[in-house]
Design a protein around this ligand. Structure first.
Ligand SMILES: [Zn+2]
Length: 116
């Protein structure tokens, strides 16, 4: 038996070296917190992707169009969230949010393109 410190409440307890919690209550509390954090992360990321997808879909009615960076930003488009990157042989980098893609052209202009 070793003197251990509970990672949930910080209380000391005696137990095996691999024991992390003083009680079932603390184990459950700790695990619920961890699960909640990862669930929130996934939900927030999904929401961000959904919003980005909506912006691209609304701006790209024809399947291929050009928009300015400021227009995307004014609609709260977040360039950190995409589902796929595709680099062409000519080194053009397309970012995709599901089937809606964009490519940065010159002068802060973006080509929006929908995958067939
Ligand atoms: Zn505890």
């Amino acid at each position: 038996m070793n003197q251990q410190k509970c990672i949930e409440c910080g209380d000391s307890f005696k137990g095996r070296i691999d024991k992390k919690y003083c009680s079932d209550y603390c184990r459950n509390t700790y695990n619920n917190k961890v699960n909640k954090t990862s669930k929130n992360l996934i939900r927030n990321t999904n929401n961000r992707l959904r919003k980005n997808y909506k912006v691209l879909t609304e701006l790209n009615k024809t399947g291929k169009t050009k928009v300015s960076r400021s227009k995307l930003i004014s609609r709260n488009f977040d360039f950190n969230f995409f589902t796929q990157i595709y680099t062409t042989k000519t080194n053009n980098v397309y970012y995709y949010v599901y089937d809606q893609g964009y490519l940065e052209l010159d002068n802060e202009i973006y080509l929006l393109i929908k995958r067939d």
